[in-house]
Design a protein around this ligand. Sequence first.
Ligand code: SF4
Length: 461
Amino acid sequence: MSLISPSLMQRFDIPGPRYTSYPTADRFLPDSEASAFTQALAQRVAGDALPLSLYVHLPFCESVCYYCGCNKVITKDHGKSRDYLRYLEMESALVSDRLGKGAGRRAAVAQLHLGGGSPTFLSDEELGQLVASLKARFDFQDDAECSIEIDPRTVDDTRLAHLRRLGFNRLSFGVQDFDPRVQLAVHRVQPYEQVAALMESARALRFDSINVDLIYGLPHQNPESFARTLDQVIALRPDRIALYAYAHLPARFKPQRRIDAAALPGADLKLQMLDDAIRRFIADGYEYIGMDHFALPEDQLARVKRDGLLQRNFQGYHANPGSDLLGLGVSAISQVGRAYSQNVKTLAEYYAALDAGRLPVERGLTLNDDDLVRRDVIMRLMCQGRVNFEAVERRYGIHFETYFEDALMRIREFEQFGLVARTPAGLEVSKTGWFFVRAVAMAFDKYLWLHADHQRFSKVL
Ligand code: SF4
């Protein structure tokens, strides 16, 4: 029997946010003065500072993958990354000057993530220069988790060894699908043997954790071909697997216009591929973390999930409770204290702001008290799959059932279909409910119901 029935899909596979933040980034307001961000940084310095997570966005890629929805710059001109690094250093200086160094271990960087684009577009020398400049500007914990997204087409054993020497201890491989026909249709050709050899080298180099990203719903995929990819991935035994649904939104993402819509699998085939993948991962010893993530039981993500300490931010699920996030580079998002802020999206705007000595912030938001309560509830649902009413009442001085009367009415439908249960302590998402957890969380999103605009998002599965 299918884990997710077609009738559940029909009813609950609705468009909705992925809740990497609440309020979601589309609610941020224009803030070119970076007032929300600078105020939050000042409060951080004055208060009991939390550990830091650093995210650096490196937007360059040599060629475009047609399914891509990221903020990227396609170029073969490697001179561009040299310039970009110079500006990243300027931004790091502006931010770190506001924070000051030497605030002690508690306020140091616990997590660094390089994402993109393709971070491995940078040369070995440039990656070394970037890490050195970040370490010169920010205090790092000795055991900081340092991860980088790997485009297997731009890396070899020597590069992996270099990354390990630079202190990276986690890798994330963009795989998506191993089927040659699918790879050709999405313009990302990287043979299985190439990825397998890299993963073997990464293990020999003792990287702590290896993640593989997969996508279902790509052109020419079908349950049989995807099952072969699943076999190959499971044989490689990555510590973590992220399985994303492809959302075909060619009006929004230009590269997707090069995908032949007639070659896309229909909703029934997508559901079958998802169902097969979940079964395979669980049967082969992976634990379901939430949304689209799976991890081996000994991986840190699975451990923090079991301990009820799983967290979520703009990079997805993570294991660093109570940290502030600083995003550097074009379109990067920061979350400090009560504030969110997002950088400008183009290189021209980014360079112009920094040339003028300004933080390259485009928009931001300082959360009000209501946002804080709702963020807490939504993140608890997304990470732990449960909400304890009394704990929320104690933290925010509210009466849960009165404050969230509307949301609890919306939740009733999920209760009727066994996706959520009312427990003596509060709400608990069921095993099947986890696959629709975004839709459950939407019940508590005030902005969504105020503006009735959830159709803009991709579907929850
Ligand atoms: S999927 Fe990754 S590698 Fe491909 S174009 Fe997008 S950012 Fe670049």
